[in-house]
Design a protein around this ligand. Structure first.
Ligand code: WT7
Length: 653
């Protein structure tokens, strides 16, 4: 691997470093510098200590079952209920404490206390039971950021059913595939969602998806916008009606620690998304512990993770982690710039938000919009900032600290994945000296290394593959229905080690610098997409003979999707067709997958064995000097593509 990024070298030599603010360090949740060492001396005991923060109905008999790697199991014999941990156990002390300050995009607001959340979850759990969902049942959820979304998730957890949340920006096709693969019998959805003042047709998409998912017998529809929706009698019910009709009491069921809590689909290197399986005890241990330590959570904090619950960030750090810790959160429904570019800062100052967590893409967008928007609001309550989802460039890091964090708040750059369940590599704000652009190091209890092709640890300063060489409680258990793919994808390259799929370099001080994906996975605005998924969506169109897709660098979204398309014989290519193809991808996968540019080309650069040379296409898209083309079977096509590419790039909408 050739990750010799001069910018990183310069930074490391530059030595820009920020020690923890003394006041924060003095009262930090984790303040003992020996914590990493103590955890490393006995990681299993460390995780048992974290698991004891939860409420167990039966104690575990074995902390880590590693009899059949890589099928690790945690806290076996133990029983707990995730919803009871997130709700019931807080009732004695903090029934009236706000769990969510919810903000609707049009400006409506709701404060939901732990007591109210508990009551609504209990009723909806009974409503699900009335629809035949039992322990081990499967529920799909396709909603916007409304309170009923976490309510539906927790209702599943309460009765021991598993959920799969499908991001509201995914298409009908994507929803159908996921519902079918998951084996859902009930879908919880919504009439429409609000996004930048526009209505997102969730129910209409759900209707189209349900057409191809005969196993889903019930659709529960939350009324949000009040817009007209089609109705299938016998199948569709209103959320508020089933909730009202249900019995109010629903004792939480003790579940095995290894009971599936949810599966969340994520893109891999093939066209078929992977259902990443998370279970109950280990997952909740991981998200609760990391939420407390990484964000230095105190009782008087107001916490805001400005992500969407449709992605793992929202599962772990809007729903399960914060609620398990009894925190007060802000939850926002809509677009960050609606109706004005200062919407987030207005909300943050009104609620006196003290911890804020978001993606670098959002930070870079705010930078572009201008310093004046945050400057209009009093953000002095902010004391810890978090970043997640993609590498954060030092410029964005510094801007975030300066303009949102008042020049003092530490920025915790948190590296993790859908698969890891919780944060793995991150600073601890009361202890770590920060370097802009570095995620510091593995959290206590986590063992991460950077290895070369031979699986041996590479010397410091050298790039390599990021691996975890010890299991951790919130790790994925398998890919739903495909144990072999689980083994092949994560555990085969280097025996005994989890392959993350990211490149990384550890500097002389032991700090980790994440270098992006090493596979055909793109990261667009912190959303994960595979090149092959987008290629399949393009080839699905009758005009397309062949397609190649790469992620090219983008100053705002990190990567942008660049597509190269060979049309079928006799098809006339023009701007109209390009627009049609971009829309086709949006219909097939979702608007997030719409290529930023499509270049029509008579041929694609391939090796003699017929493999598409994505590296060359990336060079072309980024207008770089072309790399080595001597191994290319069709050398002249590269020049041709470069000419085409230079003649027009399309902006994403
Ligand atoms: C991929 C995982 C983690 C929740 C949201 C994304 C990239 C994530 C960082 C970071 C550099 C990061 C990696 C990873 N990534 N966080 N702090 N620095 N890269 O979850 O969709 O499963 O994507 O996001 O490439 O493999 P995901």
């Amino acid at each position: 691997m050739g990750h010799d990024d001069p910018a990183i070298e310069a930074l490391q030599q530059d030595g820009v470093q920020y020690p923890p603010p003394p006041a924060l360090a003095a009262g930090a949740v984790v303040s003992d510098p020996a914590t990493w060492e103590r955890a490393a001396a006995d990681p299993i005991a460390w995780w048992e200590e974290q698991a004891r923060h939860l409420q167990w109905d039966a104690p575990w008999t074995r902390a880590l079952d590693d009899d059949t790697p890589p099928f690790y199991r945690w806290f076996t014999g133990g029983q707990l209920n995730v919803a009871a941990n997130c709700l019931d156990r807080h009732l004695a002390e903090r029934a009236d404490r706000v769990a969510f300050h919810w903000e609707g995009e049009p400006g409506d607001r709701q404060d939901i206390t732990y007591g109210q959340l508990h009551a609504r979850v209990s009723r909806f759990a009974n409503a699900l039971r009335d629809m035949g969902v039992e322990r081990g049942g499967r529920v799909a959820i396709y909603m916007g950021m409304v309170p009923e979304l976490p309510i539906a998730m927790l209702a599943c957890a309460r009765i021991g059913a598993a959920h799969t949340v499908v991001f509201g920006g995914f298409s009908a096709e994507a929803l159908r595939d996921r519902m079918v693969d998951f084996g859902a019998t009930v879908l919880v959805t919504q009439d429409e969602g609000w996004r930048a003042g526009k209505r997102v047709q969730l129910k209409a998409n759900a209707d189209a998806a349900l057409d191809g998912a005969p196993g889903v017998h019930h659709a529960v529809v939350c009324r949000r916008t009040g817009g007209d929706v089609a109705w299938t009698e016998g199948r569709d019910r209103w959320f508020h009606e089933v909730e009202e009709a249900a019995h109010p009491d629903c004792p939480a069921e003790p579940m095995d620690a290894e009971q599936m809590l949810y599966a969340l689909y994520t893109s891999g290197t093939t066209g078929k998304p992977k259902g990443i399986v998370h279970t109950s005890g280990g997952y909740l241990t991981g998200v609760a512990a990391t939420h407390r330590m990484v964000f230095d959570l105190h009782d008087d904090d107001i916490y805001w993770c400005a992500a969407d619950i449709g992605w793992v960030t929202g599962h772990s750090y809007i729903v399960y982690g914060p609620l398990a810790n009894g925190a007060t959160s802000v939850m926002y429904e809509g677009a960050p710039g609606f109706p004005e570019p200062d919407r987030l800062w207005e909300i943050a100052s009104r609620h006196r938000v003290s911890i804020l967590y978001m993606a670098p893409t959002a930070i870079r967008m705010f930078m572009k919009w201008g310093d004046e928007y945050p400057a209009r609001h009093d953000l002095s309550s902010i004391r810890v900032l978090g970043s997640v989802g993609e590498p954060i460039n030092p410029e964005a890091w510094e801007w975030y600290r300066q303009h949102i964090g008042g020049g003092t708040a530490p920025v915790v750059d948190t590296w993790w994945q859908t698969e890891t369940g919780s944060i793995m590599i991150s600073p601890l704000p009361g202890l770590s000296t920060l370097k802009p652009g570095s995620a510091s190091g593995p959290l206590p209890g986590i063992s991460a290394r950077v290895v070369g092709e031979d699986g041996q640890e590479v010397p410091r300063g050298q790039g390599g593959y990021l691996v975890m060489d010890r299991p951790w409680p919130s790790m994925l258990r398998t890919i739903l229905g495909d144990d072999q793919r689980f083994v092949d994808t994560y555990w085969s390259r280097f025996p005994g080690m989890y392959l993350a799929g990211d490149g990384c370099r550890v500097d002389a001080d032991g700090d980790f610098w994440l270098l992006g994906r090493i596979d055909d996975v793109m990261n667009v605005s912190g959303h994960r997409l595979s090149t092959i998924e987008v290629e399949s969506a393009l080839v699905d169109h009758p005009s397309v003979a062949e397609a190649a897709v790469v992620g090219r660098k983008d100053p705002i979204t990190g990567e942008a999707i660049a597509a190269f398309v060979i049309l079928r014989d006799g098809v006339h290519g023009d701007e109209g067709l390009i627009a049609t193809l971009r829309d086709h991808v949006a219909t097939q996968i979702g608007p997030i997958a719409k290529p930023a540019s499509i270049v029509l080309t008579p041929d694609l650069p391939k090796t003699r064995s017929g493999k598409i040379m994505r590296r060359l296409l990336r060079d072309v898209s980024e207008h770089r000097q072309l790399g080595d083309v001597t191994t290319l079977a069709n050398e002249e096509v590269v020049a041709e593509i470069a000419r085409e590419a230079a003649s027009g790039q399309h902006q994403d909408d």
